[in-house]
Design a protein around this ligand. Structure first.
Ligand SMILES: Cc1cc2nc3c(=O)[nH]c(=O)nc-3n(C[C@H](O)[C@H](O)[C@H](O)COP(=O)(O)O)c2cc1C
Length: 262
């Protein structure tokens, strides 16, 4: 029997790919028929922690010990790093990176939460997963950020996590050598609620801002990162335990203290 929840394989042509990059879709979408316009309640702004799961509160801005960093210097020095030392990152540093990429600035109402990054229509369709290898005070495993609570929830333990990360990135071994790899997953429904079929390009655009903030925040703590879009969809979704339809990986970024070389 056909799995209705599977995303069907589509062949993308140059024309359809370029069309996707334009905003022509806006001329076609009936915005009066979107779930928001029909009065449907908005999806939750954050996936809740499953009952009974281990939730770890992170240090916040008032208490963490993070050196201040000159923005011009951070922008000038930003580059992709694919070589990391074996030094761990601290929980303060992890908390800072998560705040920089998805931290909450203010809660407007149940459907709108302002964060440290922009998002089309304030829909914030991304969830942040962490493949933790060397973070002080954390066991290795998969965790997920809870922006509203500024905490992380333990998702699962994975044996041989470095090997899984390397395989999930088509053999890009630096992901398995990271201290922590950020993996962003999309929950399209959050944006579809407002924009229907006009959601997909803006979700991808949102992810770019998030990753750029990670690059810049890494500069402040002597760490580096490298965006990864070349990953194995099936392996990444399996690693995170995602169904690949309502939620699926879309972008990754291994982080570690910076070593020698480019
Ligand atoms: C959307 C995107 C996807 C990328 N995917 C990969 C990747 O899969 N593997 C990799 O090694 N670098 C990847 N990169 C990093 C680019 O190769 C890098 O940004 C580019 O070579 C310029 O180098 P710089 O970031 O040091 O300026 C990606 C960058 C972006 C923005």
């Amino acid at each position: 029997m056909e799995d209705k929840r599977a995303i069907r394989k589509l062949s993308i042509t140059t024309e359809s790919g370029r069309y996707f990059l334009t905003d022509r879709i806006r001329e076609e979408v009936n915005f009066r028929a979107t779930p928001q316009s029909r009065g449907v309640r908005p999806p939750p702004v954050q996936k809740p922690a499953p009952p009974g799961s281990l939730v770890i509160q992170l240090p916040n801005q008032e208490t963490w010990s993070i050196p201040s960093c000159n923005l011009q210097k951070a922008i000038a020095d930003r580059q992709s790093h694919r070589r990391f030392t074996t030094e761990p990152i601290s929980l303060d540093e992890l908390a800072f990176l998560l705040w920089a990429t998805q931290g909450v600035r203010s809660v407007l109402h149940e459907a709108a939460v302002l964060r440290t990054v922009p998002s089309a229509g304030c829909r914030h369709s991304l969830e942040t997963y962490l493949a933790v290898l060397r973070v002080e005070g954390l066991e290795s495993g998969i965790y997920r950020y809870l922006p509203l609570d500024h905490s992380i929830v333990h998702v699962r333990d994975i044996e041989n996590l470095p090997e899984h990360l390397t395989a999930a990135t088509h053999g890009q071994a630096f992901s398995g050598q990271s201290a922590v790899t950020f993996i962003w997953a999309a929950v399209p429904e959050r944006t579809e609620w407002r924009y229907a079929e006009a959601s997909y390009k803006v979700i991808a655009l949102d992810a770019g801002h998030v990753c750029q903030n990670l690059y810049l925040a890494c500069e402040a703590i002597g760490a580096g990162t490298c965006a990864i879009a070349a990953y194995n969809q099936t392996l990444v979704d399996a690693l995170l335990g995602l169904d690949g339809y309502e939620e699926f990986g879309i972008y990754m970024a291994p982080v570690g203290k910076v070593g020698e070389g480019p």
